[in-house]
Write a protein that binds this ligand. Structure first.
Ligand code: PMV
Length: 340
């Protein structure tokens, strides 16, 4: 089989209920999470990836050829996709060209959109799919499971809107399934992405979550309390109850960071501005400018709010010392595949 030229677009997502930790005793190659998660897919922030046949493997990110670990991860993932296509011959060499319309590896979920776009493009290039249908297309569910093997959060980027990824318990991973809860038009929310630093984060999420599992005394409590958060968030989302969703979203975020702080050595992804932004959001809420915070394995703060207050809240946060930029992002669309 030859490689077809294919192009994919996948949007980044932010977990409202967080994933942190891999399932104990599971096959590491399956990359199974210890907890489920619930996310919002983001408009604007996206990865676009093309795959073409080439004389040798080549990976280009934002116009720069990369080798070493980043390229190795990309081509390992292509090997997985090629094996999944059922072809017994060796995978032909490929040119993978990716553009990230978001800061890479800064706690803004570039691995989610990156691995989702790579998975979808490879599915096209290797004949696993020629297009993707609407949110109900079972091919999306299959590709989400493959994307998860590259990055846990990537499974959620196969769909737009609001997505739940269940942890499951079967050793094969068959019940670790991502599914769309609501499309992007379900609720006119905005996510303010408050940039508090420039550049890449210091500890990768894979390494960080593994050391939390091994050393944080809070890790078992984090895992045990996650399912209740997921169910509460799903209910609040269905009823469009921002206060209920915001409360559980903040609880999930601060529990995850408490678990990170209690890791040995401690994982502190925040900087001083992160906390100033959190405090400012709490104070604005008291005054009726309602937003709720979350943050991932990086120093940036994301604030969930109704579209009607987004501009006013964004202006207040942009004025804080140490804030570089505030982006107001709407719920984003499904991942897309095109054969070239
Ligand atoms: O999928 P990974 O390995 O990038 O891990 C994502 C971890 C968090 O962003 C902190 C939380 C999440 O659920 O996205």
């Amino acid at each position: 089989m030859t490689v077809r030229s294919a192009r994919a677009i996948a949007h980044s997502n932010i977990a409202l209920v967080k994933y942190w930790g891999k399932r104990e005793g599971a096959d590491p190659a399956l990359n199974l999470p210890a907890v489920g998660s619930l996310s919002l897919t983001l408009d604007q922030l996206r990865s676009e990836t093309e795959i073409h046949a080439n004389a040798h493997d080549r990976f280009e990110l934002d116009g720069v050829a990369l080798d070493g670990k980043p390229a190795a991860k990309v081509f390992e993932h292509l090997d997985l996709m090629w094996r999944t296509s059922g072809t017994l011959s060796a995978r032909p060499p490929c040119f993978v060209r990716s553009v990230n319309h978001l800061p890479t590896a800064a706690g803004l979920a570039s691995s989610a959109s990156g691995f989702a776009a790579l998975t979808v493009a490879a599915a096209g290039a290797f004949g696993l799919a020629s297009s993707l249908g609407d949110a109900g297309d079972p091919t999306r569910t299959r590709l989400a499971a493959l994307a998860r093997q590259g990055s846990g959060s990537a499974a959620r980027s196969l769909w737009g809107g609001y997505v739940r990824l269940d942890a499951g318990s079967d050793p094969s991973g068959s019940d670790c399934i991502a599914r769309p809860l609501h499309g992007r038009d379900h609720w006119g929310l905005k996510l303010l992405v408050v940039h508090t630093a420039r550049g890449a984060k210091s500890v990768s999420s894979t390494g960080g979550m593994e050391s939390s599992r091994l050393t944080s005394p809070y890790y078992p409590a984090w895992v045990a309390s996650s399912l209740a958060d997921l169910d509460a968030a799903e209910r609040a989302l269905a009823g469009r109850e921002l206060a209920a969703l915001g409360e559980v979203m903040e609880h999930s975020c601060f529990k995850m960071h408490a678990c990170m702080f209690a890791t040995r050595p401690p994982l502190i992804y925040w900087n001083g501005t992160t906390l100033e932004v959190v405090r400012a959001v709490f104070q604005a809420r008291e005054r009726g400018l309602v937003g709720y915070v979350t943050s991932d394995a990086g120093p940036h703060v994301k604030v969930l709010c109704e579209a009607a207050v987004a501009d006013a809240l964004a202006a207040e946060l942009a004025a804080l010392p140490g804030v570089h930029e505030v982006q107001a992002v709407a719920p984003g669309p499904d991942a897309h595949l095109e054969l070239l």
